[in-house]
Every structure is written in C-alpha cells, then in structure tokens.
Design a binder for this molecule. Structure first.
Ligand SMILES: [Fe+2]
Length: 412
C-alpha cells in the first residue's frame, strides 16, 4: 500500500467512525398520555436505527439531566422506528424540559394540575385535521397562539386510509405537529386522538371481509393508528382520567369496532364508575347530530340509539363530534328534544379540511349554530363549570357558550 493509499484509508476510517457516532435529529416527535396526565407523559419520536436512544429530561429550573432509554417499536411500512419513553411519577402542574437525541433545542411540557380549584384547564378540540398539510399547519398555529394545555383531534388525522402507499401523509402529519404545535417558548402541546374513517382501510370495520374484534385484526385495518398513537391504543376506545376532575371518553364510531356490543357495554360501565368526576366528556368521530350529513344515516343513528341515552343517564353535559367538515353547536338535547337540562354537542370536524355546505340552521331542530368554516373549539374547565369559544382559522371567534355570562352552566 502506498503512502497516499494508507493516508486515504485512515481518513476514510476517521470519517466513517464520525458519521456512525453522530446522532441524527428525529424526523418528528409526539406527546400524549396513557396514564393520569397530572403525573405522567408519553414522549415519542421517530428516527432511523433499531437501537434504543436516550431522551434527556429535567425539571425546569434544575440543572442536571436524567437519561431515559427509549423502547423501540416498528413504524408501519417505513424504515423509521418509533422511540417511546413513558414517564411516570412526575409532579403535578410542573414544567419538565426534554432534549431529543441529535437535537440541540430544549423543549418542555407541563403536567396537568391536580385539581381545578385554583387553576382552569384550556383544551383545543377539533377533528378532521389534514386534507392539506398547509391547512393543518395554519389552524395549528392559531391553536398554538391560544396556548391551550393540550389538544384533542377526534379522528381523520392524516387521511391516509390505513394504506402503505399514503405513508407520506403520515410523515407530513407528524412533521406539521412537530413544527406547528409548539408554543413560542418551546412548549410541546400534548395531543389526544380518536379514530375516524380515514384511519381505517375501507373506513369502517364492516367493509373488511372476515372482520374479527381482535387486537391483530384492528391493527391490520388501522396500522398507523395503533402503532403511532400510544393513546387510545387497543381496543381503539379508552378513557383518560385527570385526577378526579376530568375523564375524556374516546370512542370508535364503527371504524375498527362495532358500536353495538362490548364497546357500548364498556361505555355504560365506564361512565357509571365515574359518576363523581366533575367533567366527563365523550369524543368520537361520526356525529349523532350532524350539521352536514343525513340525520338518518346508519352510523349517526347507531350513535343516537346506543350512546346518547347512556350519556343522558350518566350526567354528561357536553360531547364533541366530528366528520362533517363544518362548525356546529346544538341546543341542549334530552330524549331527542330541545331541553335546557340536556347535553350540548359541539363539532363538527373542520380543523384542516375543505368546509362543506351545512343544513339550514333554522330548519334543523337540533342546530343552535352552524357555519361552513375551518374551526376549532377552546373548552375551558373551571371548577364544576365549563365554557367555550370557537375560533376559525383566521383567529376570529365564531361562537361562545354560554352566550352570556348569566347563562353560565354550573348545575350538574
Ligand atoms: Fe370522517
């Protein structure tokens, strides 16, 4: 080997060693919960390489970092790997700084308050998030401006229909999340999602021949949903309890589970067990009281016949619906009539999708308000009370509830 060849070989070895050790920044990250959000957080990031990686974490205001090694999981139809660190035993209402491998920026998150006596909770809620990436990002930036504690997207996140060929839409969704659901001071907004038709091959379980109500079948027809979102996880519906003041009940409107049967039995039991929880809020995709689609539609009717009576029996005061690509708020409804002691249904899934033409509001008995617009709702919980404003993609407030402070709903 000549002198020159030797030197080139040494240089090559030095460089390849350098690149093998240098950690690449993750493609995207995602925060959610599968335990009590007052003391926990699930941190995900997507990266190359099968080896576990290290997340650094410290309580904001302290000096030394703690290293947390990730669990690694496959990313459907992709060479990327899902890295997950589930953090437990955190302090309530506390900021924690995190550093992702290969990324110099310090982000942070906050755990939720232990109760609502001194602090209120602000949640940005909507659905149907990404016909186009730029629409998703635009609404996200408006959401972030309002600095909610976290966000909820009630189905139809990336519109990939569970298909390998639409992997790029999933990449785009998580890229948009990582870029536009972070506040100016680097707080990442945690997210809670529900399943919609566009997470599932064929949209509905019944369109998949040989359907079985099993984990493996559900994962087969909604591969990204079950692999990339730690919550709700299997079986596709779940409850998230915030101390004893809030329970989010995430449901599946015929996408990877039937409404009738075990899911409805689970719903009745879950609500009954939480009768002393201040706020019990169902979130699901297909609306019982649609602003656009047919009231008599099959899934809409199943929701009204099976779930609405259970909501009413168990003191639910507000539910969030999606799928129709418009904004709506219903009158309070009980026994399928307008009733001041009833439940209000807010939706209808227009975070980042083309808005659809709505039913005529005055001619539709249940619609108090509806508008063909891209929008989200900011729900505020204060003690036993709740209030909301709904905001369009330009930041204009298009609805408030209660409509005047005198009507503030405090009765349980
Ligand atoms: Fe939908």
């Amino acid at each position: 080997m000549s002198y020159l060849q030797k030197n080139l070989t040494i240089l090559f070895l030095l460089f390849s060693g350098y690149f093998a050790q240098a950690q690449e920044a993750p493609f995207a990250f995602y925060l959610t919960w599968n335990q009590d959000p007052t003391t926990s957080m699930v941190v995900d990031w997507h990266a190359n390489g099968l080896e576990p990686q290290t997340l650094k974490i410290r309580r904001k205001g302290t000096e030394s970092w703690t290293d947390m090694e990730s669990d690694v999981m496959p990313y459907p139809f992709s060479e990327r790997i899902v890295h997950r660190v589930a953090l437990h035993g955190l302090r309530q209402d506390t900021a924690y700084e995190i550093m992702f491998p290969g990324k110099e920026e310090i982000y942070y998150f906050r755990t939720m308050p232990g109760n609502l006596n001194e602090k209120s909770l602000k949640i940005a809620i909507g659905g149907d998030s990404m016909h186009r990436k730029e629409w998703f990002e635009k609404t996200n930036r408006m959401v972030t401006f309002f600095e909610p504690d976290f966000i909820i997207i009630g189905g139809d996140m990336a519109y990939e229909n569970g298909l390998a060929e639409n992997l790029g839409r999933i990449y785009d969704w998580f890229d948009a999340y990582s870029n536009s659901l972070v506040t100016a001071d680097k707080r990442i907004l945690p997210c809670v999602v529900a399943i919609g038709n566009h997470e599932v091959v064929g949209g509905y379980y019944g369109r998949n021949p040989g359907y079985e109500q099993t984990n493996s079948f559900r994962k087969r027809i909604a591969p990204y949903f079950y692999s990339l979102f730690a919550f709700p996880g299997q079986p596709g519906y779940n409850v998230l309890d915030f101390g004893s003041y809030l329970s989010l009940i995430i449901l599946d409107t015929e996408h990877s589970n039937p409404i009738v049967g075990v899911q409805t039995e689970w719903l009745a039991k879950t609500l009954k067990e939480r009768e002393n929880v201040l706020h019990r809020i169902p979130i699901y995709h297909v609306p019982a009281f649609p602003s656009v689609r047919n009231y008599e539609g099959q899934t809409q009717t199943l929701v009204r016949e099976n779930w609405v009576p259970i909501f009413e029996e168990n003191g639910v005061r507000i539910a969030f619906e999606n799928h129709d690509h418009a904004y709506k708020r219903t009158f309070p409804i009980r026994n399928l009539e307008v009733d001041q002691s009833g439940i209000i249904y807010v939706g209808d899934g227009s975070w980042g999708v083309a808005e659809r033409e709505i039913h005529e509001v005055d001619a539709t008995w249940y619609l108090k308000k509806a508008q063909s617009v891209k929008a989200f709702t900011l729900l505020t919980l204060e003690g036993q009370q709740f209030s909301l404003i709904s905001v369009d993609e330009e930041g204009k407030i298009i609805d408030t509830y209660p409509e005047s402070p005198l009507q503030f709903q405090s009765e349980r």
